[in-house]
Design a protein around this ligand. Sequence first.
Ligand SMILES: N[C@@H](CCC(=O)N[C@@H](CS)C(=O)NCC(=O)O)C(=O)O
Length: 227
Amino acid sequence: MTLHLMGSVLSPFVRKARIVLDEKGIDYHLEPVVPFMAPDSFTDLSPLRRVPVLKDSEIDPDWALPDSSAICSYIERKYPMPALYPTAAADYGRALWFEEYADTEFSNIIGQSIFRPALVQVLLGEAPDLELAEKTFQEVLPPYFGYLERSLASQTYFVGDQFSIADISLAVHFQNLRLAGFEIDAAEYPGLAAFIDRLLTRQSFTKCFGEEIAFLEQQGYRSNRSK
Ligand SMILES: N[C@@H](CCC(=O)N[C@@H](CS)C(=O)NCC(=O)O)C(=O)O
């Protein structure tokens, strides 16, 4: 096993890298690392002190990739099959756009204003802020869901109707919403809801999900949200 991935199972970016590895059938070692509890030396590997970080024992010991997009592109180049990035230029560009969209503002809203207040605060022994999480879900996220519903149209996958990095990058955040107790309304967003169910029941996702639930149970976590 040459690949060593560092990060927490609850991170959507760690999950994104794990799913890319799993979809390609590549073995790796996962080292649990919580960025804000990591030693000072972690900065040498990840200057922004973020996870995931990938190391590869076939390369120099100082070599590290501290970003999920860099990691996934590296994995694709090193292990091309099955391809997770479209070949045609137009589709490739669109897939990178959805990856970027998922990784930046969309992730930031879910991470900071739903996942953290509803779930992470409980893990840290603090009171959850369910009002903030609920308000964000009801009032801030709908335009994002609407954009994704329109982009998907009647396709199975986001780009070229082929499973790709675009789908993985988006779906990992819906898994965090689900862990925090939030599901989108299938009547309002039928295409997106079907997409989420399709993705989150893929073997690569359920494998991660099982480990994430086990981790949360080990921490004594139970969702505080009554649906
Ligand atoms: N663009 C980065 C984002 C990674 C990221 O924000 N990871 C979070 C965990 S979900 C983290 O390490 N946060 C710690 C911090 O920002 O201090 C990627 O795609 O890997």
